[in-house]
Design a protein around this ligand. Structure first.
Ligand code: UDP
Length: 395
């Protein structure tokens, strides 16, 4: 289906004459973690590259701006919430299922309906693209048939929560075949679920220089193995303990530690005296180049970070995960041979020691990353969205 099949909605949403009006895509995301915003931004970037100014786009944090209290404070509380992973895991497990999803959306429906209708009224659009599990089923139920076409872009790799999947969505785009199989278990129609990869920024495929040039640019020591440590957008998991274990291990390395938006973690890291050259950052826009300049990534099992590392051919050590939601990401990384699960700091040190002492082992993992990478995911998604809007593709 594309919007040409839905003239009723065009009439409802547009205030400009048809001849001058450009199709408008509304992206629904929320800042719970860094991944949803990054996914939406990378698709918007790809749309601009594919279609130039033939369309317009807009992003709305639907939880922050439209969810009724206290749900509108979820982005604010999310970092505290995920700092108790066991709590998150229990919440994920008890809410993940078709029956639970139905109960949640039906009980919340009266509250969500008004907010959802206000959202589409205040942001008229021709296509809704939702990149957050809490958007899809709630909004589709609340909006009923009075809505523009709705596409879900699933941003969890494998253990995708039931709320992502709703048969009312016009299309559901998923990152892996494993996620597609899960969608089919939820009775999604096979022709409406497409595997496209995890959307990541164009910059991941176009590094600003080779490894040495980038290290020079960032002021890192040039002649040492460089270990990049990341805990997602919020700096989650035992990042500090893991960094200290590496520093005290006797390995002669550069440590590049990204604390993300975790201000306390950054401050704690900065007061410590490190044995190795250590570079500490808060939230950085340079992640694609940091990855290209590094030899190994030590990270929480966030889907965005994993997809970016595959494109950078950067072997992955997963030191932490969100129980339930990110379990499948660990399985995915191990199944493609792109890295290992090492939940204890000493396991991280052991893997690093192995990869540094036996370079061929690390190079095998580099090759596995290269093969598993999907650098074209955002472009593919952009072309699918353009097709829905009836826009001609380039070439
Ligand atoms: N990220 C970033 N700068 C930082 C920390 C993280 O740009 O300082 C990006 C990272 O490259 C990835 C996203 O934030 O694109 C994190 O997404 P992921 O799905 O890995 O984890 P989340 O934060 O959603 O748990």
């Amino acid at each position: 289906m594309n919007i040409k099949n839905n003239p009723e909605w065009i009439t409802a949403s547009t205030q400009e004459p048809e001849s001058t009006r450009k199709p408008h895509i509304l992206f629904l995301f929320s800042d719970t973690g860094g991944g949803h915003r990054a996914a939406a931004e990378s698709i918007i970037e790809a749309l601009q590259l594919e279609f130039g100014d033939a369309l317009t786009t807009e992003m709305v944090d639907f939880l922050l701006d439209y969810a009724p209290p206290p749900y509108n404070r979820l982005p604010e509380f999310y970092p505290d919430f995920v700092r108790i992973p066991e709590l998150w895991g229990v919440g994920f497990l008890i809410s993940d299922g078709r029956r639970q999803a139905r109960i949640m959306t039906s009980t919340m429906w009266p509250i969500v309906r008004r907010a959802a209708r206000r959202l589409v009224r205040e942001h008229p659009n021709d296509l809704l693209v939702c990149v957050h599990a809490l958007g899809t089923s709630f909004l589709l139920r609340a909006l009923g048939s009075k809505r523009p076409p709705f596409i879900t872009v699933v941003t969890d790799m494998v253990s995708t929560h039931a709320l992502w999947f709703d048969q009312r969505a016009d299309l559901t785009l998923v990152p892996t075949e494993m996620a597609r199989q899960r969608a089919l278990e939820f009775n999604m129609s096979p022709d409406k679920v497409i595997v496209v990869g995890q959307p990541v920024s164009e910059r991941c495929s176009t590094p600003a220089g080779d490894r040495q040039t980038l290290r020079q640019k960032f002021g890192w020591t040039l002649d040492k193995a460089t270990i990049l440590l990341v805990g997602g957008g919020e700096g989650m998991g035992p990042l500090e303990e893991t960094a200290i274990a590496i520093d005290e291990s006797g390995l002669d390395v550069n440590l590049v530690i990204v604390a993300g938006r975790n201000i306390k973690l950054k401050a704690d890291l900065e007061v410590r005296t490190w044995d190795n050259p250590t570079y500490i950052y808060g939230f950085t826009k340079d992640m694609p180049d940091f990855m290209r300049a590094s030899d190994v990534l030590v990270t929480k099992a966030g889907p965005g970070t994993i997809a970016e590392a595959l494109i950078a051919s950067l072997p992955i050590i997963l030191y932490s995960k969100l129980p339930g939601q990110e379990d499948g990401n660990v399985r995915f990384v191990e199944s493609v041979g792109a890295g290992v699960w090492a939940p204890e700091p000493l396991q991280v040190v052991r893997t690093l020691t192995r990869w540094i002492c036996r370079p061929n082992e690390r190079l095998n993992v580099v090759e596995n990353c290269r093969q598993a990478a999907r650098p074209d995911a955002s472009r593919r998604i952009a072309r699918i969205l353009g097709e829905q809007l009836g826009l001609p593709t380039k070439g």
